[in-house]
Write a protein of this length. Structure first.
Lengths: 81, 519
Protein backbone atom coordinates (compact mmCIF):
# COMPACT_ATOMS: atom_id res chain seq x y z
CA UNK A 1 0.00 0.00 0.00
CA UNK A 2 2.80 2.42 0.86
CA UNK A 3 4.36 1.87 -2.58
CA UNK A 4 1.06 2.72 -4.27
CA UNK A 5 0.71 5.82 -2.04
CA UNK A 6 4.24 6.89 -2.98
CA UNK A 7 4.00 6.47 -6.76
CA UNK A 8 0.43 7.81 -6.95
CA UNK A 9 2.14 11.04 -5.83
CA UNK A 10 3.53 11.39 -9.37
CA UNK A 11 -0.03 11.28 -10.69
CA UNK A 12 -1.17 14.09 -8.34
CA UNK A 13 1.84 16.18 -9.34
CA UNK A 14 0.81 15.80 -13.00
CA UNK A 15 -2.94 16.31 -12.49
CA UNK A 16 -2.36 19.86 -11.14
CA UNK A 17 -0.76 21.47 -14.23
CA UNK A 18 -2.92 19.36 -16.55
CA UNK A 19 -6.07 20.74 -14.92
CA UNK A 20 -4.81 24.32 -15.19
CA UNK A 21 -3.83 23.82 -18.85
CA UNK A 22 -7.34 22.51 -19.61
CA UNK A 23 -8.94 25.39 -17.66
CA UNK A 24 -6.91 28.10 -19.46
CA UNK A 25 -7.52 26.52 -22.87
CA UNK A 26 -11.28 26.39 -22.26
CA UNK A 27 -11.26 29.94 -20.83
CA UNK A 28 -9.52 31.36 -23.92
CA UNK A 29 -11.87 29.60 -26.30
CA UNK A 30 -14.99 30.67 -24.36
CA UNK A 31 -13.82 34.30 -24.04
CA UNK A 32 -13.12 34.33 -27.81
CA UNK A 33 -16.67 33.07 -28.41
CA UNK A 34 -18.32 35.59 -26.03
CA UNK A 35 -15.97 38.50 -25.38
CA UNK A 36 -18.21 40.18 -22.75
CA UNK A 37 -16.95 41.54 -19.43
CA UNK A 38 -19.10 38.98 -17.56
CA UNK A 39 -17.48 36.06 -19.39
CA UNK A 40 -14.00 37.44 -18.77
CA UNK A 41 -14.62 38.00 -15.05
CA UNK A 42 -16.11 34.56 -14.66
CA UNK A 43 -13.12 32.80 -16.23
CA UNK A 44 -10.56 35.03 -14.50
CA UNK A 45 -12.19 34.10 -11.17
CA UNK A 46 -12.09 30.39 -12.08
CA UNK A 47 -8.39 30.55 -12.99
CA UNK A 48 -7.49 32.70 -9.96
CA UNK A 49 -9.23 30.28 -7.61
CA UNK A 50 -8.22 26.96 -9.11
CA UNK A 51 -4.53 27.75 -9.78
CA UNK A 52 -3.52 27.83 -6.06
CA UNK A 53 -5.62 24.69 -5.51
CA UNK A 54 -3.79 22.93 -8.36
CA UNK A 55 -0.48 24.00 -6.80
CA UNK A 56 -1.76 22.55 -3.52
CA UNK A 57 -2.47 19.24 -5.27
CA UNK A 58 1.08 19.23 -6.64
CA UNK A 59 2.48 19.83 -3.14
CA UNK A 60 0.24 17.01 -1.88
CA UNK A 61 1.70 14.76 -4.60
CA UNK A 62 5.21 15.82 -3.65
CA UNK A 63 4.58 14.95 0.02
CA UNK A 64 3.15 11.58 -1.05
CA UNK A 65 6.23 10.90 -3.18
CA UNK A 66 8.42 11.77 -0.18
CA UNK A 67 6.57 9.16 1.95
CA UNK A 68 5.01 11.83 4.19
CA UNK A 69 1.69 9.95 4.24
CA UNK A 70 3.06 6.50 5.09
CA UNK A 71 2.23 7.16 8.69
CA UNK A 72 -0.50 9.63 9.69
CA UNK A 73 0.03 11.47 12.97
CA UNK A 74 -1.83 10.09 15.96
CA UNK A 75 -1.19 12.94 18.36
CA UNK A 76 -0.75 16.68 18.09
CA UNK A 77 2.89 16.38 19.09
CA UNK A 78 3.58 14.61 15.77
CA UNK A 79 1.94 17.44 13.83
CA UNK A 80 3.81 20.25 15.52
CA UNK A 81 7.21 19.42 14.06
CA UNK B 1 -13.36 17.73 30.19
CA UNK B 2 -16.76 16.57 28.91
CA UNK B 3 -19.91 18.16 30.26
CA UNK B 4 -23.19 16.71 31.58
CA UNK B 5 -25.59 15.24 28.98
CA UNK B 6 -28.13 18.02 29.65
CA UNK B 7 -25.44 20.63 29.11
CA UNK B 8 -24.33 19.17 25.80
CA UNK B 9 -27.82 19.62 24.33
CA UNK B 10 -27.71 23.30 25.28
CA UNK B 11 -24.34 23.56 23.54
CA UNK B 12 -25.68 21.79 20.45
CA UNK B 13 -28.86 23.90 20.37
CA UNK B 14 -26.99 27.19 20.79
CA UNK B 15 -24.49 26.29 18.07
CA UNK B 16 -26.97 24.71 15.65
CA UNK B 17 -29.65 27.41 15.75
CA UNK B 18 -27.12 30.13 15.02
CA UNK B 19 -25.47 28.18 12.22
CA UNK B 20 -28.85 27.35 10.71
CA UNK B 21 -29.78 31.04 10.70
CA UNK B 22 -26.51 31.91 8.99
CA UNK B 23 -27.27 29.39 6.25
CA UNK B 24 -30.82 30.76 5.98
CA UNK B 25 -29.41 34.27 5.55
CA UNK B 26 -26.96 33.10 2.90
CA UNK B 27 -29.54 31.10 0.92
CA UNK B 28 -32.35 33.65 0.71
CA UNK B 29 -30.13 35.94 -1.36
CA UNK B 30 -29.49 33.15 -3.89
CA UNK B 31 -33.11 32.01 -3.95
CA UNK B 32 -34.39 35.53 -4.54
CA UNK B 33 -31.66 36.34 -7.04
CA UNK B 34 -34.09 37.01 -9.92
CA UNK B 35 -36.02 39.62 -7.93
CA UNK B 36 -32.84 41.04 -6.39
CA UNK B 37 -31.30 41.38 -9.87
CA UNK B 38 -34.28 43.33 -11.15
CA UNK B 39 -34.27 45.61 -8.07
CA UNK B 40 -30.54 46.26 -7.73
CA UNK B 41 -28.70 45.07 -10.83
CA UNK B 42 -30.60 46.18 -13.97
CA UNK B 43 -29.16 44.51 -17.06
CA UNK B 44 -29.30 47.73 -19.12
CA UNK B 45 -26.67 49.29 -16.84
CA UNK B 46 -23.33 47.55 -17.52
CA UNK B 47 -21.77 48.64 -14.19
CA UNK B 48 -24.70 47.23 -12.23
CA UNK B 49 -24.60 43.99 -14.25
CA UNK B 50 -20.88 43.72 -13.51
CA UNK B 51 -21.50 44.23 -9.79
CA UNK B 52 -24.10 41.47 -9.98
CA UNK B 53 -21.53 39.02 -11.35
CA UNK B 54 -19.11 40.06 -8.60
CA UNK B 55 -21.82 39.63 -5.94
CA UNK B 56 -22.42 36.06 -7.10
CA UNK B 57 -18.82 34.96 -7.52
CA UNK B 58 -16.95 37.00 -4.93
CA UNK B 59 -19.26 36.37 -1.98
CA UNK B 60 -19.71 32.70 -2.60
CA UNK B 61 -16.26 31.59 -3.66
CA UNK B 62 -13.50 34.07 -2.84
CA UNK B 63 -14.64 35.63 0.39
CA UNK B 64 -15.69 32.44 2.19
CA UNK B 65 -12.19 30.90 2.41
CA UNK B 66 -10.89 34.36 3.31
CA UNK B 67 -13.49 34.51 6.13
CA UNK B 68 -12.29 31.08 7.24
CA UNK B 69 -8.76 32.47 7.64
CA UNK B 70 -9.79 35.73 9.35
CA UNK B 71 -12.25 34.22 11.83
CA UNK B 72 -10.37 30.93 12.19
CA UNK B 73 -7.32 32.90 13.36
CA UNK B 74 -9.49 34.96 15.70
CA UNK B 75 -11.14 31.81 17.08
CA UNK B 76 -7.76 30.27 17.88
CA UNK B 77 -6.50 33.51 19.44
CA UNK B 78 -9.44 34.83 21.50
CA UNK B 79 -11.76 31.84 21.69
CA UNK B 80 -14.55 30.01 19.90
CA UNK B 81 -17.51 31.59 21.68
CA UNK B 82 -16.85 35.25 20.91
CA UNK B 83 -15.75 34.54 17.36
CA UNK B 84 -18.84 32.69 16.28
CA UNK B 85 -20.94 35.27 18.12
CA UNK B 86 -19.29 37.93 15.98
CA UNK B 87 -19.92 36.01 12.74
CA UNK B 88 -23.59 35.68 13.69
CA UNK B 89 -23.94 39.43 14.34
CA UNK B 90 -22.22 40.25 11.03
CA UNK B 91 -24.35 37.80 9.09
CA UNK B 92 -27.66 38.83 10.69
CA UNK B 93 -26.88 42.54 10.46
CA UNK B 94 -25.86 42.43 6.80
CA UNK B 95 -28.90 40.33 5.87
CA UNK B 96 -31.27 42.73 7.60
CA UNK B 97 -29.57 45.69 5.93
CA UNK B 98 -29.90 44.11 2.45
CA UNK B 99 -33.64 44.15 3.11
CA UNK B 100 -33.45 47.90 3.81
CA UNK B 101 -31.39 49.06 0.81
CA UNK B 102 -33.61 51.10 -1.57
CA UNK B 103 -33.76 49.85 -5.15
CA UNK B 104 -31.71 51.04 -8.15
CA UNK B 105 -34.66 53.20 -9.27
CA UNK B 106 -34.46 55.24 -6.04
CA UNK B 107 -30.74 55.66 -5.33
CA UNK B 108 -29.06 54.58 -8.57
CA UNK B 109 -25.64 52.90 -8.56
CA UNK B 110 -25.36 53.22 -4.75
CA UNK B 111 -27.94 50.42 -4.48
CA UNK B 112 -25.92 47.63 -6.17
CA UNK B 113 -22.72 48.87 -4.48
CA UNK B 114 -24.30 48.62 -1.03
CA UNK B 115 -25.77 45.19 -1.78
CA UNK B 116 -22.40 43.93 -3.05
CA UNK B 117 -20.69 45.21 0.10
CA UNK B 118 -23.27 43.56 2.38
CA UNK B 119 -23.09 40.32 0.38
CA UNK B 120 -19.31 40.28 0.88
CA UNK B 121 -19.82 40.66 4.64
CA UNK B 122 -22.25 37.71 4.48
CA UNK B 123 -19.63 35.57 2.71
CA UNK B 124 -16.97 36.52 5.26
CA UNK B 125 -19.22 35.70 8.20
CA UNK B 126 -20.25 32.35 6.75
CA UNK B 127 -16.58 31.49 6.28
CA UNK B 128 -16.03 31.96 9.99
CA UNK B 129 -19.17 30.39 11.39
CA UNK B 130 -19.02 26.69 10.61
CA UNK B 131 -15.53 25.96 11.93
CA UNK B 132 -16.42 27.68 15.19
CA UNK B 133 -19.70 25.84 15.70
CA UNK B 134 -18.26 22.41 14.82
CA UNK B 135 -15.18 22.95 17.00
CA UNK B 136 -17.27 24.27 19.89
CA UNK B 137 -19.59 21.24 19.92
CA UNK B 138 -16.79 18.70 19.34
CA UNK B 139 -14.75 20.16 22.19
CA UNK B 140 -17.68 19.57 24.55
CA UNK B 141 -18.50 16.06 23.31
CA UNK B 142 -17.28 12.74 24.73
CA UNK B 143 -14.97 10.80 22.37
CA UNK B 144 -17.46 8.01 21.73
CA UNK B 145 -20.25 10.40 20.72
CA UNK B 146 -18.33 13.07 18.83
CA UNK B 147 -19.74 12.03 15.46
CA UNK B 148 -23.27 11.89 16.81
CA UNK B 149 -23.20 15.26 18.57
CA UNK B 150 -21.45 17.16 15.78
CA UNK B 151 -23.86 15.67 13.21
CA UNK B 152 -26.52 18.03 14.60
CA UNK B 153 -24.39 20.90 13.34
CA UNK B 154 -24.35 19.12 9.97
CA UNK B 155 -28.15 19.26 9.72
CA UNK B 156 -28.11 23.05 9.94
CA UNK B 157 -27.11 23.77 6.36
CA UNK B 158 -29.96 21.62 5.06
CA UNK B 159 -32.40 22.96 7.63
CA UNK B 160 -31.36 26.51 6.71
CA UNK B 161 -32.23 25.69 3.09
CA UNK B 162 -35.52 24.16 4.27
CA UNK B 163 -36.49 27.23 6.31
CA UNK B 164 -35.43 29.60 3.50
CA UNK B 165 -37.52 27.68 0.95
CA UNK B 166 -40.46 27.56 3.36
CA UNK B 167 -40.41 31.26 4.30
CA UNK B 168 -40.12 32.38 0.67
CA UNK B 169 -42.93 30.05 -0.42
CA UNK B 170 -45.15 31.26 2.43
CA UNK B 171 -44.65 34.92 1.58
CA UNK B 172 -45.02 34.30 -2.16
CA UNK B 173 -48.23 32.29 -1.77
CA UNK B 174 -49.85 35.04 0.27
CA UNK B 175 -49.54 37.89 -2.19
CA UNK B 176 -49.74 38.47 -5.93
CA UNK B 177 -46.50 38.37 -7.92
CA UNK B 178 -46.59 42.12 -8.51
CA UNK B 179 -46.69 42.86 -4.75
CA UNK B 180 -43.95 40.33 -4.09
CA UNK B 181 -41.62 41.78 -6.71
CA UNK B 182 -42.30 45.50 -6.02
CA UNK B 183 -39.44 47.73 -4.78
CA UNK B 184 -40.59 47.48 -1.16
CA UNK B 185 -42.48 44.24 -1.78
CA UNK B 186 -42.74 40.84 -0.15
CA UNK B 187 -39.29 39.66 -1.26
CA UNK B 188 -37.84 41.85 1.54
CA UNK B 189 -39.75 40.05 4.32
CA UNK B 190 -37.38 37.02 4.50
CA UNK B 191 -34.48 39.50 5.01
CA UNK B 192 -36.31 41.33 7.79
CA UNK B 193 -37.37 38.10 9.50
CA UNK B 194 -33.68 37.27 9.84
CA UNK B 195 -33.09 39.96 12.49
CA UNK B 196 -35.59 38.32 14.86
CA UNK B 197 -33.99 34.89 14.40
CA UNK B 198 -30.52 36.33 14.91
CA UNK B 199 -31.55 38.25 18.06
CA UNK B 200 -32.85 35.04 19.66
CA UNK B 201 -29.70 33.16 18.68
CA UNK B 202 -27.38 35.88 20.01
CA UNK B 203 -29.24 35.81 23.33
CA UNK B 204 -28.76 32.01 23.57
CA UNK B 205 -25.10 32.13 22.57
CA UNK B 206 -24.29 34.92 25.02
CA UNK B 207 -25.33 32.60 27.84
CA UNK B 208 -22.89 29.88 26.76
CA UNK B 209 -19.44 29.39 28.23
CA UNK B 210 -16.18 29.12 26.30
CA UNK B 211 -15.13 25.68 25.04
CA UNK B 212 -13.52 23.78 27.96
CA UNK B 213 -10.51 22.68 25.90
CA UNK B 214 -9.78 26.20 24.71
CA UNK B 215 -10.28 27.60 28.23
CA UNK B 216 -7.76 25.06 29.54
CA UNK B 217 -5.21 25.99 26.88
CA UNK B 218 -5.73 29.67 27.62
CA UNK B 219 -5.34 29.24 31.38
CA UNK B 220 -2.12 27.31 30.77
CA UNK B 221 -0.86 29.97 28.36
CA UNK B 222 -0.59 27.41 25.55
CA UNK B 223 -2.77 29.07 22.92
CA UNK B 224 -1.22 29.69 19.54
CA UNK B 225 0.57 33.00 19.00
CA UNK B 226 0.26 32.83 15.22
CA UNK B 227 -2.39 30.27 14.13
CA UNK B 228 -2.00 31.01 10.41
CA UNK B 229 1.73 30.36 10.49
CA UNK B 230 1.35 27.23 12.58
CA UNK B 231 -1.45 25.89 10.38
CA UNK B 232 0.07 26.43 6.97
CA UNK B 233 3.82 26.80 7.29
CA UNK B 234 4.47 23.81 9.54
CA UNK B 235 4.78 20.83 7.22
CA UNK B 236 3.30 18.41 9.77
CA UNK B 237 0.04 20.35 9.90
CA UNK B 238 -0.04 21.62 6.32
CA UNK B 239 0.14 18.10 4.88
CA UNK B 240 -2.96 17.25 6.95
CA UNK B 241 -4.75 20.37 5.64
CA UNK B 242 -4.02 19.16 2.08
CA UNK B 243 -5.15 15.62 2.91
CA UNK B 244 -8.39 16.91 4.48
CA UNK B 245 -9.09 18.95 1.34
CA UNK B 246 -8.19 16.45 -1.40
CA UNK B 247 -9.10 13.25 0.44
CA UNK B 248 -12.45 14.25 1.93
CA UNK B 249 -13.85 17.79 1.73
CA UNK B 250 -13.41 18.33 -2.01
CA UNK B 251 -15.64 15.32 -2.81
CA UNK B 252 -18.05 16.09 0.03
CA UNK B 253 -18.48 19.66 -1.28
CA UNK B 254 -19.46 18.68 -4.83
CA UNK B 255 -21.83 15.96 -3.61
CA UNK B 256 -23.53 18.35 -1.24
CA UNK B 257 -24.03 21.06 -3.85
CA UNK B 258 -25.09 18.58 -6.52
CA UNK B 259 -27.66 16.99 -4.21
CA UNK B 260 -29.25 20.17 -2.97
CA UNK B 261 -28.48 22.97 -5.42
CA UNK B 262 -27.71 21.49 -8.82
CA UNK B 263 -30.85 19.35 -8.40
CA UNK B 264 -32.90 22.50 -7.85
CA UNK B 265 -31.37 24.16 -10.92
CA UNK B 266 -31.93 20.97 -12.93
CA UNK B 267 -35.61 20.74 -11.94
CA UNK B 268 -36.19 24.41 -12.63
CA UNK B 269 -34.11 25.15 -15.71
CA UNK B 270 -33.57 21.84 -17.49
CA UNK B 271 -36.82 20.03 -16.71
CA UNK B 272 -38.89 23.25 -16.33
CA UNK B 273 -40.98 21.88 -13.49
CA UNK B 274 -43.53 24.39 -12.22
CA UNK B 275 -42.18 26.68 -9.41
CA UNK B 276 -44.30 25.54 -6.45
CA UNK B 277 -44.16 21.82 -7.27
CA UNK B 278 -40.40 22.04 -7.75
CA UNK B 279 -39.97 23.55 -4.26
CA UNK B 280 -42.50 21.17 -2.74
CA UNK B 281 -40.56 18.12 -3.98
CA UNK B 282 -37.30 19.53 -2.61
CA UNK B 283 -38.87 20.28 0.76
CA UNK B 284 -40.22 16.73 1.09
CA UNK B 285 -36.92 15.14 0.07
CA UNK B 286 -34.94 17.36 2.46
CA UNK B 287 -37.34 16.72 5.37
CA UNK B 288 -37.19 12.95 4.84
CA UNK B 289 -33.41 12.83 4.42
CA UNK B 290 -32.33 15.20 7.22
CA UNK B 291 -32.48 12.57 10.05
CA UNK B 292 -29.81 10.62 8.17
CA UNK B 293 -27.20 13.30 8.94
CA UNK B 294 -27.59 12.30 12.57
CA UNK B 295 -27.74 8.59 11.72
CA UNK B 296 -24.47 8.64 9.76
CA UNK B 297 -22.83 10.83 12.40
CA UNK B 298 -23.86 8.26 15.03
CA UNK B 299 -22.72 5.37 12.81
CA UNK B 300 -19.34 7.02 12.31
CA UNK B 301 -18.76 6.72 16.09
CA UNK B 302 -19.21 2.95 15.71
CA UNK B 303 -17.46 2.12 12.42
CA UNK B 304 -15.22 5.14 11.75
CA UNK B 305 -15.68 8.19 9.55
CA UNK B 306 -13.67 7.25 6.46
CA UNK B 307 -15.70 4.47 4.86
CA UNK B 308 -19.08 6.13 5.39
CA UNK B 309 -17.91 9.26 3.58
CA UNK B 310 -16.15 7.34 0.81
CA UNK B 311 -19.16 5.02 0.28
CA UNK B 312 -21.30 8.13 -0.19
CA UNK B 313 -18.85 9.37 -2.84
CA UNK B 314 -18.75 5.98 -4.58
CA UNK B 315 -22.55 5.72 -4.74
CA UNK B 316 -22.78 9.25 -6.09
CA UNK B 317 -20.20 8.57 -8.81
CA UNK B 318 -22.09 5.42 -9.87
CA UNK B 319 -25.69 6.61 -9.61
CA UNK B 320 -25.67 10.31 -10.55
CA UNK B 321 -26.18 9.80 -14.27
CA UNK B 322 -28.84 7.05 -13.96
CA UNK B 323 -30.84 9.09 -11.42
CA UNK B 324 -30.77 12.34 -13.38
CA UNK B 325 -31.43 10.46 -16.62
CA UNK B 326 -34.56 8.89 -15.11
CA UNK B 327 -35.82 12.35 -14.12
CA UNK B 328 -35.02 13.68 -17.59
CA UNK B 329 -36.99 10.92 -19.33
CA UNK B 330 -39.91 11.04 -16.89
CA UNK B 331 -40.40 14.76 -17.49
CA UNK B 332 -40.12 14.62 -21.29
CA UNK B 333 -43.33 15.94 -22.96
CA UNK B 334 -42.50 14.07 -26.17
CA UNK B 335 -42.85 10.83 -24.24
CA UNK B 336 -45.91 12.15 -22.37
CA UNK B 337 -47.70 12.87 -25.66
CA UNK B 338 -47.51 9.27 -26.75
CA UNK B 339 -49.60 8.51 -23.67
CA UNK B 340 -53.31 7.75 -24.21
CA UNK B 341 -54.25 9.73 -21.12
CA UNK B 342 -53.88 12.98 -23.07
CA UNK B 343 -57.18 14.87 -22.77
CA UNK B 344 -57.15 18.44 -23.90
CA UNK B 345 -55.32 21.42 -25.20
CA UNK B 346 -56.06 25.09 -25.46
CA UNK B 347 -54.07 27.41 -27.65
CA UNK B 348 -53.39 31.11 -27.36
CA UNK B 349 -51.68 32.83 -30.27
CA UNK B 350 -50.03 36.23 -30.32
CA UNK B 351 -48.69 37.79 -33.48
CA UNK B 352 -45.94 40.37 -33.75
CA UNK B 353 -45.48 42.29 -36.98
CA UNK B 354 -41.95 42.84 -38.31
CA UNK B 355 -40.65 44.57 -41.42
CA UNK B 356 -37.84 42.84 -43.27
CA UNK B 357 -35.13 45.50 -43.42
CA UNK B 358 -32.93 43.60 -45.87
CA UNK B 359 -35.33 42.81 -48.69
CA UNK B 360 -37.56 45.83 -47.86
CA UNK B 361 -40.42 44.22 -49.74
CA UNK B 362 -41.51 41.60 -47.30
CA UNK B 363 -43.37 41.89 -44.06
CA UNK B 364 -42.79 39.22 -41.44
CA UNK B 365 -45.09 37.99 -38.76
CA UNK B 366 -43.75 36.23 -35.74
CA UNK B 367 -46.47 34.00 -34.42
CA UNK B 368 -46.06 32.99 -30.78
CA UNK B 369 -48.14 29.98 -29.87
CA UNK B 370 -48.70 28.97 -26.27
CA UNK B 371 -50.54 25.69 -25.85
CA UNK B 372 -51.68 24.06 -22.63
CA UNK B 373 -51.54 20.26 -22.60
CA UNK B 374 -53.43 18.28 -19.97
CA UNK B 375 -53.61 14.61 -18.98
CA UNK B 376 -56.17 12.66 -16.97
CA UNK B 377 -53.65 11.79 -14.25
CA UNK B 378 -52.95 15.46 -13.50
CA UNK B 379 -49.87 16.01 -15.63
CA UNK B 380 -49.84 19.21 -17.60
CA UNK B 381 -47.43 21.54 -19.34
CA UNK B 382 -47.32 24.49 -21.69
CA UNK B 383 -45.56 24.47 -25.04
CA UNK B 384 -44.36 27.73 -26.54
CA UNK B 385 -43.24 28.04 -30.13
CA UNK B 386 -42.40 30.98 -32.36
CA UNK B 387 -42.91 30.67 -36.12
CA UNK B 388 -41.79 33.32 -38.55
CA UNK B 389 -44.10 33.82 -41.54
CA UNK B 390 -43.70 36.19 -44.47
CA UNK B 391 -46.36 38.03 -46.42
CA UNK B 392 -46.25 38.04 -50.25
CA UNK B 393 -49.41 39.46 -51.71
CA UNK B 394 -51.77 40.28 -48.93
CA UNK B 395 -52.05 40.00 -45.20
CA UNK B 396 -54.19 36.91 -45.45
CA UNK B 397 -51.88 35.08 -47.80
CA UNK B 398 -48.53 34.26 -46.28
CA UNK B 399 -46.22 31.32 -46.28
CA UNK B 400 -44.46 29.81 -43.31
CA UNK B 401 -40.94 30.02 -44.69
CA UNK B 402 -39.00 29.87 -41.40
CA UNK B 403 -41.06 27.37 -39.53
CA UNK B 404 -40.66 25.32 -36.43
CA UNK B 405 -38.36 27.03 -34.04
CA UNK B 406 -37.87 24.34 -31.43
CA UNK B 407 -40.86 24.48 -29.06
CA UNK B 408 -40.15 25.27 -25.44
CA UNK B 409 -41.90 23.19 -22.78
CA UNK B 410 -42.48 25.07 -19.54
CA UNK B 411 -44.39 25.00 -16.24
CA UNK B 412 -44.63 21.22 -16.19
CA UNK B 413 -46.77 19.74 -13.45
CA UNK B 414 -46.16 16.11 -12.55
CA UNK B 415 -48.89 13.64 -11.59
CA UNK B 416 -49.02 12.61 -7.91
CA UNK B 417 -47.34 9.26 -8.53
CA UNK B 418 -44.63 10.85 -10.67
CA UNK B 419 -44.13 13.57 -8.06
CA UNK B 420 -43.46 10.95 -5.37
CA UNK B 421 -41.11 9.10 -7.69
CA UNK B 422 -39.16 12.35 -8.11
CA UNK B 423 -39.19 12.97 -4.35
CA UNK B 424 -37.72 9.48 -3.87
CA UNK B 425 -34.97 10.16 -6.44
CA UNK B 426 -34.10 13.53 -4.87
CA UNK B 427 -34.17 11.86 -1.45
CA UNK B 428 -31.51 9.38 -2.68
CA UNK B 429 -29.39 12.30 -3.90
CA UNK B 430 -29.66 13.97 -0.49
CA UNK B 431 -28.98 10.64 1.22
CA UNK B 432 -25.56 10.67 -0.50
CA UNK B 433 -25.13 14.17 0.98
CA UNK B 434 -25.92 12.89 4.48
CA UNK B 435 -23.31 10.11 4.10
CA UNK B 436 -20.50 12.46 3.14
CA UNK B 437 -21.55 15.41 5.29
CA UNK B 438 -22.85 13.74 8.49
CA UNK B 439 -19.43 12.60 9.83
CA UNK B 440 -17.24 15.36 8.37
CA UNK B 441 -17.22 17.76 11.35
CA UNK B 442 -15.96 15.05 13.72
CA UNK B 443 -13.49 13.90 11.05
CA UNK B 444 -12.02 17.41 10.64
CA UNK B 445 -11.94 18.19 14.36
CA UNK B 446 -9.97 14.99 15.02
CA UNK B 447 -7.37 15.86 12.38
CA UNK B 448 -6.03 19.03 14.01
CA UNK B 449 -4.70 20.11 17.43
CA UNK B 450 -6.86 22.30 19.71
CA UNK B 451 -4.72 25.41 19.52
CA UNK B 452 -4.97 25.77 15.72
CA UNK B 453 -8.12 23.69 15.11
CA UNK B 454 -10.47 26.55 14.14
CA UNK B 455 -8.03 27.88 11.51
CA UNK B 456 -6.84 24.51 10.21
CA UNK B 457 -10.28 22.95 9.66
CA UNK B 458 -12.04 26.09 8.40
CA UNK B 459 -9.83 26.63 5.34
CA UNK B 460 -10.14 23.15 3.73
CA UNK B 461 -13.84 23.12 4.64
CA UNK B 462 -14.54 26.39 2.84
CA UNK B 463 -12.33 25.59 -0.16
CA UNK B 464 -14.06 22.22 -0.47
CA UNK B 465 -17.56 23.58 0.02
CA UNK B 466 -17.28 27.20 -1.11
CA UNK B 467 -15.05 26.68 -4.16
CA UNK B 468 -15.49 23.07 -5.33
CA UNK B 469 -19.07 22.77 -4.07
CA UNK B 470 -20.29 26.31 -4.61
CA UNK B 471 -19.15 26.38 -8.21
CA UNK B 472 -20.98 23.12 -9.04
CA UNK B 473 -24.18 24.68 -10.46
CA UNK B 474 -22.18 27.22 -12.52
CA UNK B 475 -19.62 24.77 -13.89
CA UNK B 476 -22.34 22.21 -14.63
CA UNK B 477 -24.32 24.85 -16.52
CA UNK B 478 -21.20 26.01 -18.35
CA UNK B 479 -20.46 22.47 -19.47
CA UNK B 480 -23.97 22.17 -20.93
CA UNK B 481 -23.39 25.33 -22.97
CA UNK B 482 -20.02 24.07 -24.25
CA UNK B 483 -21.03 20.44 -24.95
CA UNK B 484 -24.63 20.90 -26.05
CA UNK B 485 -25.46 17.35 -27.18
CA UNK B 486 -25.60 15.79 -23.72
CA UNK B 487 -28.06 17.38 -21.27
CA UNK B 488 -26.37 15.59 -18.37
CA UNK B 489 -22.82 16.61 -19.28
CA UNK B 490 -22.75 18.98 -16.28
CA UNK B 491 -22.68 15.97 -13.97
CA UNK B 492 -19.18 15.07 -15.11
CA UNK B 493 -17.83 17.88 -12.91
CA UNK B 494 -19.05 16.42 -9.57
CA UNK B 495 -18.39 12.88 -10.82
CA UNK B 496 -14.73 13.60 -11.69
CA UNK B 497 -14.05 15.64 -8.51
CA UNK B 498 -15.77 13.06 -6.25
CA UNK B 499 -13.99 10.23 -8.11
CA UNK B 500 -10.58 11.86 -7.60
CA UNK B 501 -11.35 12.50 -3.93
CA UNK B 502 -12.54 8.89 -3.53
CA UNK B 503 -9.21 7.54 -4.84
CA UNK B 504 -7.13 9.91 -2.67
CA UNK B 505 -9.27 9.22 0.40
CA UNK B 506 -9.11 5.45 -0.09
CA UNK B 507 -5.34 5.51 -0.44
CA UNK B 508 -4.29 8.04 2.18
CA UNK B 509 -6.94 8.42 4.91
CA UNK B 510 -7.11 6.10 7.85
CA UNK B 511 -10.27 4.99 9.59
CA UNK B 512 -9.08 5.54 13.16
CA UNK B 513 -11.13 7.77 15.43
CA UNK B 514 -8.95 10.08 17.46
CA UNK B 515 -10.08 9.47 21.03
CA UNK B 516 -8.02 12.30 22.43
CA UNK B 517 -8.71 15.68 20.87
CA UNK B 518 -7.64 17.57 23.98
CA UNK B 519 -4.05 17.84 22.78
Amino acid sequence: MNTIKKYAGILWILVGPLGIYFLIRTALSEIAKKPHVDTKIQWIVFIAIFTPIAIGLMIFGWYALKNEYHHLPESSAEIED
Amino acid sequence: MNIEPRGIWKVIAASSVGTMIEWYDFYIFGMLSTTISSQFFPKDNPTAALLSTLAIFAAGFIVRPFGALVFGRLGDLVGRKYTFLLTLILMGGSTFLIGLVPGYKSIGIAAPLLVLLLRLVQGLALGGEYGGAATYVAEHAPANKRGYYTSWIQTTATLGLFVALGVIMLVKLNMPDASFNAEWGGWRYPFWISILLVAVSIYIRLKMKESPMFSKLKSEGKTSVNPLKESFSHKGNFKMVLLALFGAVMGQGVIWYTGQFYTQTFLENTLKIEFIQNREMLLWAIALATPFFVFFGWLSDKVGRKWIMLTGMLLAVIFYRPIFNTMLKNADPKIWRTDTQYISDSTIKTTILKIDTIKKTNTYFIVHTKTKWGFTDGRQYFSISADTMSEFNSLTSYSNDRPDTKPLYIDKTLSTSLKWKFIFLIWILILFVTMVYGPIAAFLVEMFPTKIRYTSMSLPYHIGNGVFGGLTPYIALLLTTIYTKDKLVGLYYPIIIAGLCLIIGTLYLNNKRDKNVTD
